[in-house]
Design a protein around this ligand. Structure first.
Ligand code: CA
Length: 390
């Protein structure tokens, strides 16, 4: 009897959840219609019977371990992304120059955003946005209004003819296209830069790069001004740090900060000091233009990756100061090599794709233990070299 009751309770709660989801979707349909989206588009977009489980899982995922900055940078600014970026900059030279002229934004930074966001258009995401956003808008969480706004904005882009419904594919959180705008940003700031009358950040590289330059300009980009300088701080530095605690370069020089390239620290503008790995690692003086990059995605590490990739695309050298670790991070090519070695040694991690998921992490930890290394599960140089030497 108790079992029967609990089964009944489960069935009831499942059907209640389904009922509340379908009534939520019905209200989304009404909202979309009120916002002027045509009934055909609303029907085709929201014709779904169940929440997208994958999106729910991803939205609830909390990373167990924080990625060390040297892993993050090694992966995002590797030799391949620099080489690919230079090739893409040659291929799209006239568009990048036109965007630079019109918005005053350094074309290397525009290309770097593209490279970091989607590997120059290769990885734009495959979640169908109307389903992903409806799922999030109906999950009962604290941000349902935000997700509802993104959903309506996405459908409006289709309604006004900028995009086709099938173009709405991207990240689980609604970022999509070559440079991963979310729909409300797209609605507000996307431009038609190739002149065909549509704002198409999915199919048109010109529209995407022009819109990205527009975004950076609107975020306060100052033409011809620096964005970042690599610096060194005195041993045991305990002075101010942080992007927003800005001071003049003269003030930084007085605090003992020097340029990593040995040149004199001089010039106008105010900068904050970032020490992402503490005073023994590379330091960065970051200017107002760095804040414009930060506006794109609110994380210092993200803005550092874009800024450093931009420097590399402009022909400037790799970081001069080493990260303070005896186990540096790996490029995508080295991660692939690591996975191939793990597979060759019998670890069941699926296919080697250079992407480090839970299965690869578990295999790394196991291999580390076997080799007498501390089990970190991290794709670092130490485990790669140990496996190569075996
Ligand atoms: Ca266009």
């Amino acid at each position: 009897m108790r079992i029967a009751l609990s089964v009944l309770a489960l069935l009831l709660s499942t059907s209640l959840a389904a009922a509340s989801f379908s009534s939520c979707v019905a209200s989304l349909r009404e909202r979309a219609a009120e916002a002027g989206v045509g009934p055909g588009i609303v029907a085709r977009a929201l014709d779904l019977t169940a929440p997208d489980e994958k999106v729910l899982r991803l939205s609830q995922l909390r990373p167990e371990t924080k990625t060390p900055i040297w892993d993050y940078m090694a992966f995002l600014v590797d030799a391949q992304r620099v080489a690919d970026g230079r090739a893409m900059m040659r291929k799209h030279a006239s568009v990048l120059r036109a965007a630079e002229r019109r918005f005053g934004v350094d074309r290397h930074v525009i290309a770097a955003v593209w490279g970091i966001e989607t590997d120059y258009g290769r990885e734009t995401g495959d979640n169908f946005l109307p389903h992903a956003l409806a799922t999030l808008a109906c999950d009962g969480g604290p941000r349902v209004r935000f997700w509802r706004g993104e959903l309506i904005a996405a459908l409006q882009l289709v309604d006004r003819g900028d995009l086709k419904l099938d173009d709405l594919k991207g990240s689980w959180a609604g970022a999509f296209g070559h440079t991963q705008f979310i729909p409300t940003t797209y609605r507000r700031l996307a431009i038609d830069f190739d002149g065909d009358g549509r704002r198409d950040l999915v199919g048109s590289v010109a529209d995407a790069l022009g819109s990205t330059a527009h975004y950076l300009r609107r975020s306060g980009w100052q033409t011809g001004r620096p964005f970042m300088i690599e610096v060194k701080v005195p041993a045991g530095y305990r002075g101010p740090t942080g992007r927003t605690r800005k001071a003049t370069l003269t003030q930084w020089a007085r605090r003992g900060v020097t340029r990593a390239d040995g040149a004199r620290l001089a010039g106008g503008g105010r900068a904050g000091l970032l020490l992402p790995a503490g005073p023994n690692g590379p330091g960065f003086l970051v200017f107002r233009n760095f804040d414009a990059i930060y506006a794109y995605n609110h994380a210092d590490s993200y803005a550092l990756a874009v800024a450093h990739l931009a420097d590399r695309l402009a022909g400037r050298p790799p970081l001069r100061i080493a990260w303070p670790t005896d186990d540096p991070g790996l490029s995508r090519a080295a991660r692939l090599k690591l996975q191939q070695l793990l597979i060759a040694k019998g670890y069941a991690i699926g296919e080697a794709d250079g992407k480090i998921g839970p299965a690869t992490r578990a295999a790394i930890a196991e291999a580390e233990t076997k080799l007498g290394l501390p089990p970190t599960g991290r794709p670092g140089s130490r485990i790669l070299q140990a496996l190569q030497a075996e």
